[in-house]
Ligand binder design. Structure first.
Ligand code: SF4
Ligand code: SF4
Length: 364
């Protein structure tokens, strides 16, 4: 049933397959590598999309495979559970990912419980951010006792996971200049102390459509070392975990890692990008962009009667998409490259062929 919906959304959905919706610019942390920094500081001046506005957006959208709810800190948004339910009712969304800094334990518990209870058919993936551990996390977040609070949040989520089988916990490690020497230690900690969590290493972004990392030097990373870390992660991580389609997702993760390393080394397109068509970003103030990196605003959804399709039909939007294709736009943004694999004949055939090998015990 779920596989049939993935196929339907991949081949027949008229809208994006993957939508990223920012629900707030407010955050309780002050991370050194934060690229949303300017908006976080000015969050009061950015009126976020209200629930009735989100209702209108979703009622004009086709079915959706993946929704990522971002911010700021998404769990600071009071109506977060309600927003998840709206997407399930109006877009039959299959997967909802919510990244969080993990330091708002009780608020997160209340909201997450409601979202899980109200949407049992949706697979939720919480991306618990953990770019550091101990005092280093406190220092990086700029908040005292962050690590202690973070681990409380993990324990709380673990108990929810025992009740709700549609909850999965990933631990997001943003690899950057500041944690480069400690990433292996963080991976080990997750595997040994955070049972059933899946460590995910992503690369700090150089620049985005909404700003640069707060400390720009955080992007100074070594590609060889990154490749070694990917190998370490792949060899350390338990083969079995409770993510839906775990084997398949692990193979896709390997492909994304290979794309990232090759893009950084060759500085050219490795995989065609479908952002602006099959992946879209709506920021908290309603601004629509093809991705989180290109500084190419397509419009504000409030000016188009909340109709994303109307924005995509604009001549200017089509020109942005054409430019992405023509210029062979490339980057290491993992969300886009995961999506791109599914929309690339070459990479999706490779994915299925590796999966077949895996099933035959021939994929290392
Ligand atoms: S990186 Fe995330 S948690 Fe950190 S300040 Fe920015 S929005 Fe908040
Ligand atoms: S490759 Fe895609 S995701 Fe990356 S900057 Fe270009 S359009 Fe955006």
């Amino acid at each position: 049933m779920k596989s049939a919906k993935i196929v339907k959304n991949r081949f027949f959905s008229r809208g994006p397959f993957f939508l990223i919706l920012y629900v707030t610019a407010r955050c309780n942390a002050r991370c050194k590598f934060c690229y949303y920094w300017d908006n976080i500081v000015n969050w009061r001046a950015r009126p976020h999309l209200e629930v009735d506005e989100i209702e209108k957006i979703t009622s004009r959208l086709d079915t959706l495979q993946q929704l990522t709810i971002s911010g700021g800190e998404p769990f600071l948004r009071e109506e977060l559970a309600e927003i998840c339910t709206i997407f399930r009712k109006n877009c039959d969304v299959q997967f909802i990912t919510i990244p969080t800094n993990g330091i708002l334990t009780s608020k997160t518990e209340k909201t997450l419980k409601k979202a899980l209870e109200d949407n049992p058919g949706v697979d939720f993936r919480i991306g618990l951010s953990m770019p550091e551990m101990g005092e280093e996390l406190d220092e990086l977040y700029g908040v005292k006792n962050s690590f202690q609070q973070h681990q409380e949040t993990f324990k709380m989520m673990k108990s929810l996971r025992d009740i709700y089988s549609n909850l999965n916990i990933d631990v997001g490690i943003v690899y950057n200049m500041y944690n480069a020497k400690r990433v292996r230690e963080i991976i080990d900690y997750v595997i040994n102390n955070m049972e059933g969590c899946n460590p995910i290493v992503s690369v700090v972004r150089e620049a985005t459509s909404v700003g640069k990392p707060r400390m720009e030097d955080s992007k100074n990373i070594e590609v060889d070392e990154l490749e070694n870390i990917y190998t370490y992660l792949r060899e350390s991580i338990p083969k079995r975990n409770n993510r839906p389609y775990a084997d398949f997702m692990n193979i896709m993760r390997d492909q994304v890692h290979e794309i990232t390393v090759k893009t950084l080394r060759d500085k050219k397109m490795v995989i065609p990008c479908k952002s602006g068509e099959k992946l879209m970003v709506i920021y908290d103030n309603g601004d629509v962009f093809p991705c989180e990196l290109l500084d190419e605003k397509m419009g504000n959804i409030r000016d188009f009667d909340y109709d994303l399709g109307a924005i995509l039909e604009l001549k200017e939007s089509k020109q942005i998409v054409e430019k992405i294709v023509k210029d062979e736009c490339h980057c290491t943004w993992e969300c886009a490259n995961n999506n791109n694999i599914l929309f690339s004949d070459k990479f999706s055939v490779e994915l299925f062929s590796r999966y077949a090998k895996y099933k035959m015990g021939a994929y290392a």
